[in-house]
Write a protein that binds this ligand. Structure first.
Ligand SMILES: [Zn+2]
Length: 359
């Protein structure tokens, strides 16, 4: 069966596509761009955007073992999000159980495995004791599942690292580098200091919760952007939103964007303790960034194009490839109030809707 999607904004800069037009698909395979077929069923997208399928780079979906874990498909394909990255819910000890769940899900799942063997299955101090880290076991697991394990997750908060401080973050980064993987580092309450954490990171590594509104974030006490933040951003360290329950401030985000610091990645950090109570979906997070002034292209870069490159996904707008695409509607809406983690509000007149996943 052929389907012709007309009046679409086709966008995939990784394959030099940025054009209004139509897309022809037959039996799940992309047949042509701006090509017609008389026998195709026509779907009028009315100016909606068609791009490589959406990825949420930071969620918790290890339902079996972690009390943070949400159902993979509930926050994945059911919300038209094609790929989820579980960010550190599992360490090497429980990875087989997670992999079993991944196999059963319709959503594509990739993993940033926790540097700690126990991940987030065992209290809140997974990096506070060297006995919880087993590099040999972790190396073995990472090398066994290169298609799924795409990075190492570290949480650099005082409550998590305890007396090990920055040393455990440095050790985790050195380990990831040895394996050729990026790290995703959570930042929150110091110590370790933000500067100490950033100094560990290099191009391709990810800092998540970048726009949190807690003390000692990316701006100093006088409200100036910290020079090292700017330096690392220019160097190619990826800045991820990681909204979560307590990690997004409109003030910080808007000010950062004014100073030229745009999020490289926009993720939700959805988990059981914030889902539905503080946050409903990745699209809600993206709507907030839309309200902060990012353009449609900048938003798609951060939820589709960059994640696909990082994870090595084959979901581009390429002829003869299996379709793995998202339809996104950037639409005007009735005025609605969106709140950040501080409870600060913005009145929004437009929203982002993930309308379909085409596979
Ligand atoms: Zn998280």
């Amino acid at each position: 069966m052929k389907t012709l999607y007309i009046n679409a904004n086709l966008y995939d800069p990784a394959h030099d596509i940025d054009t209004a037009g139509n897309l022809l698909i037959e039996d799940g395979v992309i047949l042509g761009i701006n090509q017609f077929a008389e026998d195709a069923e026509i779907v009028d997208l009315k100016g909606k955007w068609l791009c490589p399928s959406i990825t949420d780079m930071h969620v918790h979906c290890f339902k079996e073992m972690s009390d943070l874990g949400l159902d993979m498909d509930e926050i994945g394909v059911d919300m038209h999000v094609g790929t989820l990255v579980d960010a550190g819910s599992s360490g090497c000890r429980d990875i087989e159980t997670l992999l079993q769940q991944i196999e059963e899900a319709a959503t594509r799942i990739k993993v940033f495995i926790n540097y700690s063997s126990v991940g987030l299955t065992h209290g809140n101090q997974e990096l506070a004791d060297w006995s919880l880290i087993d590099e040999n076991a972790l190396r073995e697991v990472v090398q066994r599942y290169p298609g799924i394990i795409k990075g190492i997750k570290l949480r650099a908060s005082a409550s998590v690292v305890g007396k090990l401080g920055i040393e455990v973050i440095r050790a985790g980064k050195a380990f990831a580098k040895e394996l050729g993987l990026p790290v995703m580092v959570h930042i929150g309450n110091e110590p370790p200091q933000l500067e100490e954490v950033l100094n560990c990171l290099e191009k391709g590594d990810i800092v998540t919760h970048i726009f949190h509104g807690k003390p000692k974030g990316i701006f100093d006490e006088e409200g100036r952007l910290k020079p090292l933040v700017e330096e690392k951003y220019r160097e190619g360290v990826l800045f991820d939103v990681g909204h979560g329950a307590a990690s997004f401030s409109f003030d910080v985000c808007e000010k950062a964007i004014r100073e030229g610091i745009k999020p490289s990645l926009i993720s939700s950090d959805l988990h059981k303790r914030n889902y539905l109570s503080k946050l409903h979906s990745l699209s809600e997070v993206v709507s907030k960034l839309y309200a902060c002034g990012l353009s449609e292209r900048q938003l798609i870069d951060a939820i589709s194009i960059r994640p696909a490159a990082l994870l090595g996904l084959q979901n581009g707008l390429q002829i003869a490839h299996q379709a793995d695409l998202s339809v996104i509607d950037f639409q005007a809406c009735e005025p609605m109030i969106l709140k950040d983690s501080q409870g600060h509000e913005r009145l929004c007149r437009k929203q982002v809707v993930f309308e379909a996943l085409i596979r």
